[in-house]
Ligand binder design. Structure first.
Ligand SMILES: [Zn+2]
Length: 336
């Protein structure tokens, strides 16, 4: 951020930046702050956050601040409804969106000193869209900064990456998240600690966890481990229960991923058991040990992958019940 501020105040902000790093570590917030700082009514290269311009940028209703993202993401964020799009909402950023952006960029900014384009989930640009965007990066329009925001910057074409100033955002330390949850969300110390651990450095992920569902952590993990007994009707019941509460399925996926991480860790160091501090669920050691003995070190990793897949699909409004049912059935079929 300091480097960006310096570039900004010297009037030499790079015309294209790539903000990379996991979700929820402040990439978008930084991009917005930068746009405010470049256009703040008080000047001086800082964002006051209070003037009309700063507030309109933060409120996403400044005409020269343009947001580009997949249609499905617009729906997930409540910025659009399903009816706004013909057909199934796209998970890609398509060439038509980039062309529309370019048409807009052929006009001067309406009022901003510096116009900002935010491309959220930039790695969702399909190859045609990326190739179309290249033209803009090669011949940048005046008084315009493009910010590509991505949790997987490595998936962008090298020609795109090489034309951007790259900034990596690191995951936040668990202690920072824990403290913020204690202060802002008034969680109990145990719950704050658990949420911080479950969120892998993402504050927004930590804040979105369903703490009511997490309070049932022990019983949920016991039921998860019991699924290995192959009782299909128990699996379907568990799926139905998790799907019946909003946010519970996503939270369960985060929880299960940490569980299988522990199981894998435990079974891969049989000779020298990991110390309890490196296990997230050390209080459930006997259950962890029996799962580790049953699954070995590799199967838990396969299951983590399956859980991640479910989490990604849930974000795009997949049916939680169907996703969970399929997941639990796949747990017991290593070919699935
Ligand atoms: Zn301001």
């Amino acid at each position: 951020m300091a480097a960006l501020q310096a570039a900004l105040s010297s009037g030499q902000l790079h015309h294209a930046c790539l903000f990379g790093g996991p979700d929820g570590v402040g990439k978008e917030l930084t991009a917005v702050t930068l746009a405010q700082a470049a256009n703040c009514e008080r000047g001086g290269g800082d964002a006051c956050g209070a003037c009309a311009v700063c507030r309109r940028i933060a409120g996403r209703n400044h005409p020269d601040m343009v947001w580009v993202m997949p249609e499905a993401e617009q729906i997930a964020r409540g910025l659009a409804g399903r009816a706004d799009f013909a057909g199934t909402p796209s998970k890609d950023i398509r060439i038509a969106q980039i062309r529309a952006l370019q048409e807009r960029l052929s006009f001067k900014p309406l009022e901003a000193k510096t116009r900002f384009i935010f491309i959220c989930g930039a790695d969702a640009m399909n190859p045609q869209a990326q190739n179309a965007l290249l033209k803009t990066l090669e011949e940048p329009p005046p008084a315009t900064v493009l910010i590509l925001i991505s949790s997987a910057p490595g998936q962008l074409l090298p020609t795109i990456r090489s034309r951007c100033l790259k900034l990596d955002f690191a995951p936040l330390p668990a202690a920072v998240i824990e403290e913020k949850l204690l202060r802002d969300k008034k969680l109990s110390p145990e719950m704050a600690r658990l949420c911080a651990r479950l969120s892998y450095g993402s504050l927004s992920a930590a804040e979105n966890l369903n703490t009511r569902a997490l309070a049932k952590r022990v019983s949920q993990l016991e039921r998860l481990a019991a699924l290995d007994e192959g009782d299909v009707s128990a699996a379907l019941r568990f799926a139905e229960e998790l799907a019946s509460e909003k946010g519970a399925a996503e939270t369960a996926m985060a929880l299960f991923e940490t569980w299988y991480r522990d199981v894998s860790l435990l079974s891969s160091c049989e000779d020298a058991p990991p110390d309890e501090a490196s296990l997230l669920h050390a209080d459930l050691l006997p259950l962890l040990q029996s799962s580790a003995a049953r699954l070995g070190p590799v199967e838990p990793l396969r299951r983590i992958d399956l859980c991640r897949g479910v989490r990604a699909r849930l974000r795009f409004n997949a049916s939680p019940r169907l996703q969970l049912e399929q997941l639990f059935l796949r747990f017991n079929r290593s070919d699935a």
